[in-house]
Ligand binder design. Structure first.
Ligand code: 13P
Length: 336
């Protein structure tokens, strides 16, 4: 077992999942302002520290993805944020891409940037305590999209990123996100997501990535949010498994889904159904942002000093998702 594989397994095993708390300041400002909280560095830290000190960090959360601002902040008792996370048994991680920018010659599409100077930034993050990283490529489905240009450019960047991250002894999360925005069918999502993921692995292999030391973070297979033909949760699970079975090399230890705009319950229920019929060797768990934090944020915004109440809301979501990561979730448990 390589050191990288050990880190990946530590993050993903025993039903644990990842808390994606790596919203950029721009995104976090939108989230905070949507609940009428001013987006200051202090408030961003206060909300995040509230989650990082919740009980469920110990039994449910295997890794936390941070944003550059947070990894450099100190907790209220003077500890660094990575030290605070490590103390719970979870592994600190860091988002290292610098965002999705317009793709030249296909300006309705995006390519993720951040390779320049990445080696130096990675060294700094390692010293700060990070042991895994995230890079997100983003693709939309449309009549002509995602184009070969977008699929190839993002796969190439994800592979170059992964090589630098492994060189620096950290585990790269490879996140190709096919967005749910649009009128497309679930079948289109299945076809396009499979093409995107397969291209990523083609590039990862060319770039000599140790596939036992990565985590794949894909979207689930869903009909577009404006599609007239919704599918059942059981179909989401079976199409998601079909896509991953044919697209992901068996060396990969685990898959941690993004929630991508699903409601909290939907994201939990779909993960549960995926695990109930998971006939692969991949660990299948969560790496949720919105689907772990939404209700906690709403609750917190009513009284930002109510740490315990906010933690209770977060603990419930984390525990439900950890049950789902083992195929043991039920609506009775949810409503208990
Ligand atoms: P969501 O679960 O809110 O989609 O966020 C996950 C993530 O990290 C997106 O990059």
């Amino acid at each position: 077992m390589s050191e990288l594989n050990k880190i990946a397994i530590k993050i993903l095993s025993n039903g644990k999942g990842i808390l994606a708390a790596d919203e950029s300041n721009g995104t976090m400002t939108k989230r905070l302002e949507s609940v009428n909280i001013q987006s200051s560095p202090e408030n961003r830290l206060l909300f995040r520290e509230t989650l990082f000190t919740a009980d469920s960090m110990r039994d449910c959360i295997g890794g936390v993805i941070l944003y550059d601002e947070t990894i450099n902040q100190k907790s209220s008792d003077g500890k660094t944020i990575p030290a605070m996370i490590s103390k719970t048994g979870a592994v600190p991680g860091i988002k290292v891409d610098t965002g999705a920018k317009d793709l030249a010659n296909s300006s309705d599409e995006k390519v993720t940037e951040g390779l320049d100077g990445l080696r130096e930034r990675l060294k700094k993050y390692y010293e700060l305590g990070a042991r895994f990283t995230k890079w997100r490529g983003v693709y939309s489905i449309g009549e002509k999209y995602p184009s070969k240009l977008a699929i190839n450019s993002n796969a190439h960047a994800l592979a170059r990123y992964s090589a630098l991250v492994q060189e620096c002894e950290m585990v790269p999360i490879v996140e190709p996100e096919v967005l749910m925005d649009g009128e497309h069918s679930a079948e289109d999502c299945l076809i396009k997501t499979s093409e995107v993921i397969q291209k990523c692995f083609e590039e990862l292999i060319i770039h000599k990535i140790d596939l036992t030391g990565i985590i794949l973070k894909p979207n689930m297979i869903l009909a577009g949010n404006k599609s007239k033909n919704k599918i059942t949760n059981e179909e989401v699970a079976s199409k998601t498994l079909e896509c991953l079975k044919k697209s992901v090399p068996k060396e990969v230890p685990g898959i941690a889904f993004l929630s991508g705009g699903q409601s909290e319950i939907e994201a939990t229920e779909n993960l549960n159904l995926i695990n109930k019929s998971n006939n692969t060797d991949f660990i299948m768990t969560y790496s949720y942002g919105r689907a772990l934090q939404q209700s906690a944020l709403k609750f917190w915004s009513k009284d930002i000093k109510n740490i315990e109440g906010t933690q209770n809301v977060f603990n419930h979501r984390a525990r439900m998702n950890t049950m789902a990561a083992q195929g043991k979730w039920s609506s009775e448990l949810e409503n208990k």
